[in-house]
Design a protein around this ligand. Structure first.
Ligand code: FAD
Length: 393
């Protein structure tokens, strides 16, 4: 059943005054698109555990694929504030749809743009920006998640091509992606990035089923059985873990904004419900315990908004550190997941149904708190940054 999206964004500290007219226009157009195209259908797709592929064209049109990639390569040439705002609005609709956009822009287009040859940029970027080609990012392996440096996927030099063997797991978009950015070790143990194309012999992408989270996002494996990858498909300008970590930085930045979008949707839904739902002859929003929940939610959202606004400013100036991005990703997801759980309770029994978006957000956020660096790993990154001591290796 199609749903009407009544979302009204909170702006408790008048943060709109810190945005340019262009940023507000971008936000309005993405918000409209989400209300029209995502909200009415997303619950059904999540229930069916199916990715709504028909959204790809619209995502490309609103500039969600590679917003910061320069126009000459098909990107939107926008700044990081705009990128964050786009991710916030999309995730307000659904974390799975934002995941698809994050992967395409930050984990597929960004490495080709930052580490690729001019030929690779011209060949792939415009088609990725328009959604004609979709990509995925293969870093995690069955036995190497938080510790990707231990990966066993490998390439061997075979003259004019490499032979790729190994497997990647938990790969967003893999079941339908046309290309995969794959991180593998060469014979000297250095991590290299490769562009692997669907159709290469020995390359398969089995889908992962039975997820209770990100159900409207397609997740799968990447399996490489003696895949011959032409040498021109290697990303020439990076080697080592800094390659994939540079991409993750971009994506984590987007999540820091995105998760707040999910938090805002839960808050807005709970606030509206609290004014309409009457118990003991009064709206439940008039009870102190419910007001406490709402007051804490808007406080945390507002603090999170200020954090990501400042992070965007630093990122635009090229001054945002990886540790600052870790802190913001961790904080926003924690804020969002706590708000989702509290908001769900405020809706009582209705909170567990698909009539409202809260339970879907709550389940989605269980993936968001784990991928792109787990909650605990980001905490340890902050700990390492302030003490100079690495507690996770
Ligand atoms: C829906 C979904 C989509 C994903 N999409 C992608 C994708 O597109 N591409 C991709 O490459 N990956 C993707 N991932 C993988 C994701 O990045 C990993 O799941 C994540 O990095 C954690 O790895 P893991 O699951 O192997 O957990 P593990 O690394 O096994 O961690 C298990 C637990 O141990 C903790 N832990 C690990 N090491 C330490 C330590 N040193 N100190 C303290 N605690 C520690 C972790 O915090 C965690 O709580 C996705 C995952 C999910 C769930």
């Amino acid at each position: 059943m199609a749903k009407t999206d009544l979302f009204e964004a909170p702006d408790y500290y008048l943060l709109d005054e810190l945005l340019s007219e262009e940023h507000k226009l971008i936000r309005a157009s993405v918000r409209d698109w989400v209300k029209k195209e995502v909200s009415p259908i997303i619950e059904d797709y999540a229930q069916k555990a199916e990715f709504p592929k028909q959204l790809l064209k619209g995502l490309a049109e609103i500039g969600a694929f590679g917003p910061t990639i320069p126009v000459e390569y098909g990107g939107a040439g926008l700044d990081y504030m705009a990128y964050g705002i786009i991710m916030q609005e999309i995730e307000r609709g659904d974390s799975g749809i934002r995941s698809t956009a994050s992967v395409q822009g930050s984990l597929v287009m960004y490495p080709i743009y930052a580490y690729g040859s001019e030929e690779q940029k011209l060949k792939y970027l415009p088609k990725l920006a328009s959604g004609e080609l979709m990509g995925c990012f293969g870093l995690t392996e069955p036995d190497h998640g938080s510790d990707p440096g231990g990966m066993v996927t490998n390439i061997k030099d075979a003259g004019d091509h490499y032979v790729l063997n190994g497997a990647k797991m938990w790969i967003s978009n893999s079941p339908f992606a046309d290309i995969a950015i794959v991180w593998a070790k060469d014979e000297s143990g250095k991590i290299r990035g490769l562009i692997v194309e669907r159709g290469m012999e020995g390359f398969t992408t089995p889908e992962t089923h039975n997820k209770w989270s990100l159900r409207a996002s397609a997740t799968g494996e990447l399996v490489f059985d003696n895949v011959k990858v032409p040498k021109e498909n290697i990303l020439p300008n990076v080697s080592g873990l800094k390659g994939p970590l540079g991409c993750l930085n971009q994506a984590r930045y987007g999540i820091a904004w995105g998760a707040l979008g999910a938090a805002m949707d839960c808050y807005d839904t709970a606030l509206r419900y609290s004014k309409e739902r009457v118990q003991f002859g009064r709206p439940i929003g008039s009870f102190q315990l419910q007001q406490k929940k709402l007051a804490e939610m808007i406080t945390e959202i507002t603090k999170g908004q200020l954090l990501v606004w400042r992070l965007a400013t630093l990122k635009n100036e090229g001054r945002a550190t990886a540790a600052q991005i870790s802190m913001a990703k961790r904080n926003s997801v924690e804020v969002a997941i706590t708000i989702a759980r509290e908001a769900r309770q405020m809706l009582g029994g209705m909170g567990i149904t698909g009539e409202y978006p809260i339970m879907r957000h709550m389940m989605n956020l269980e993936s968001v708190i784990t991928y792109e660096g787990t909650h605990d790993i980001h905490l340890l990154i902050t700990g390492m940054d302030v003490t100079g001591e690495n507690a996770f290796k």
